[in-house]
Design a protein around this ligand. Structure first.
Ligand code: S3P
Length: 428
């Protein structure tokens, strides 16, 4: 178990940060490159353990992959070119790996077992098992719903799917399975979720139609290898956007961050809370908008996260809660029951750490109410093995009234192995 001690900041945060490659985009590029024809080079692939779980699974399915620092070369096997694996695939802590890869495995005529760590083994899989079974794959799971999953793939039927929850992983799983079906597979979503799969498929040469709340692929598809570059991860940037905002006088630049509109709700929300952010430079990388962000120490208002915004900010809510504590009017979150089925039950793991720091919070089944103008007391905190909880509370600790220790701090490496070093670099 790794423990980190974070001291309260003595002065403003200053400096320039380059973030690891976006986790969501890295997973997708890795998987699509594996089923493309030819060799793809992916630059700035995420250094996080989750995206390496994806590469590990792909290697076990016969894909040759080499790594040179952050550059990953994937020798594509073609749409139906994965080979049967005799053992169980290990998705580690990664919901994206197990849920999205299952869509691809459903199109292969063999049986695969895929599981992961204790946290992943408690996460619901019916959300992908239902649509994949409707398409013709045979799936079973522990207790009918938890990993490990056993997937027997084969020839798939196209599907018109009304997704009951707002989940980009489920949408992606069905669209990826749709690449193997004979005809058009459409997914309708109840709230807009990140569209990296749609953007990446287009980049790999697949025809994909999209409209308000739906996306459609035509199978069987053919993917062409590409050279790609992954933008910096906005969800990792969020920790520094918040850290700089809540330390007076700070001035931090985040370079080359992915600003896809389906993710950039974060910027709008932070601005609505009073955070001073400037987008300095905008460009396009393989269909994904990228820019540099400048953030300054700010006077913070309160905010409410609900409805469509809850889906768009789901990964950033833990660190936004830290901002809420120090804001004028606090933070209220509704319509975010999905928080309870992430790497941990994030409503409970956040509340437990906040209470250790003397913070008042009222939890609800789908969110919480956090009054503003509170003071963080020094405490011993726990990541509970959840990367985003580890990093959110490191940010809180910067403004505590004494040093805080964070147990299980190594969890951060699931998405951001360089986090602790980067944070210290800005604070020292
Ligand atoms: C992700 C989608 C979201 C998000 C996760 C990554 C993706 O999960 O929380 O961190 O890459 O598609 P859900 O699809 O479960 O909402």
């Amino acid at each position: 178990m790794t423990t980190e001690t974070i001291h309260p900041v003595r002065g403003p945060l200053e400096g320039s940060v380059r973030l690891p490659g976006d986790k969501s985009i890295s997973h997708r590029y890795g998987m699509l490159a594996a089923i493309a024809e030819g060799t793809s080079v992916i630059r700035n692939y995420s250094s996080g353990a989750d995206c390496h779980s994806t590469l590990g699974c792909l290697r076990s399915l016969g894909v040759e992959i080499t790594e040179d620092g952050r550059d990953v070369t994937v020798h594509g096997r073609g749409l139906r070119g994965l080979s049967e694996c005799s053992g169980q695939l290990d998705a580690g802590n990664s919901g994206s790996t197990i849920r999205m890869l299952s869509g691809i495995l459903a199109g292969h005529p063999f049986t695969t077992r895929i599981g992961g760590d204790d946290s992943l083994s408690k996460r619901p899989m019916q959300r992908i098992m239902g649509p994949l079974a409707q398409m013709g794959a045979t799936l079973s799971a522990h207790d009918g719903k938890f990993p490990p999953l056993e997937i027997r793939g084969g020839s798939l039927r196209p599907l018109d799917y009304d997704m009951p929850m707002a989940s980009a992983q489920v949408k992606s799983c069905v669209l990826l399975a749709g690449l193997y079906a004979d005809g058009a597979t459409t997914v309708h979503e109840p709230a807009k979720t990140r569209d990296h799969t749609e953007v990446a498929l287009r980049e790999f040469g697949v025809e994909i139609e999209t409209g308000r709340g739906w996306a459609r692929v035509n199978g069987p598809a053919k993917l062409e290898a590409r050279n790609l570059s992954v933008p910096g991860d906005l969800s990792s940037a969020a920790f520094f956007l918040v850290a700089a905002a809540l330390v007076p006088g700070s001035n931090v630049i985040l370079q080359g961050v992915g600003l896809n509109p389906t993710r950039a709700t974060l910027i709008d929300f932070l601005v609505s809370m009073g955070v001073q952010i400037k987008i300095l430079d905008m460009g396009m990388n393989n269909g994904e908008p990228v820019g540099d962000l400048l953030v300054r120490g700010s006077t913070l208002k309160g905010g409410v996260i609900e409805k469509q915004t809850a889906a768009a900010l789901i990964d950033e809510i833990p660190v936004l809660a830290i901002l809420g504590v120090l804001s004028e009017d606090g933070l209220t979150v509704r319509d975010a029951a999905e928080l309870r089925i992430k790497e941990t039950d994030r409503i409970e793991t956040m509340a437990s750490n906040l209470r250790r720091m003397g913070i008042e919070i009222e939890t609800r089944p789908d969110g919480f109410v956090l009054p503003g103008k509170q003071v963080f007391r020094a405490a011993t905190l726990d990541s509970y093995g959840d990367h985003r909880i580890a990093m959110a509370f490191a940010v809180a600790a910067l403004r505590a009234n004494g040093p805080c220790t964070i147990e299980n701090a190594g969890a951060a490496s699931v998405s951001f192995p360089e986090f602790w070093q980067t944070l210290r670099g800005l604070a020292d």
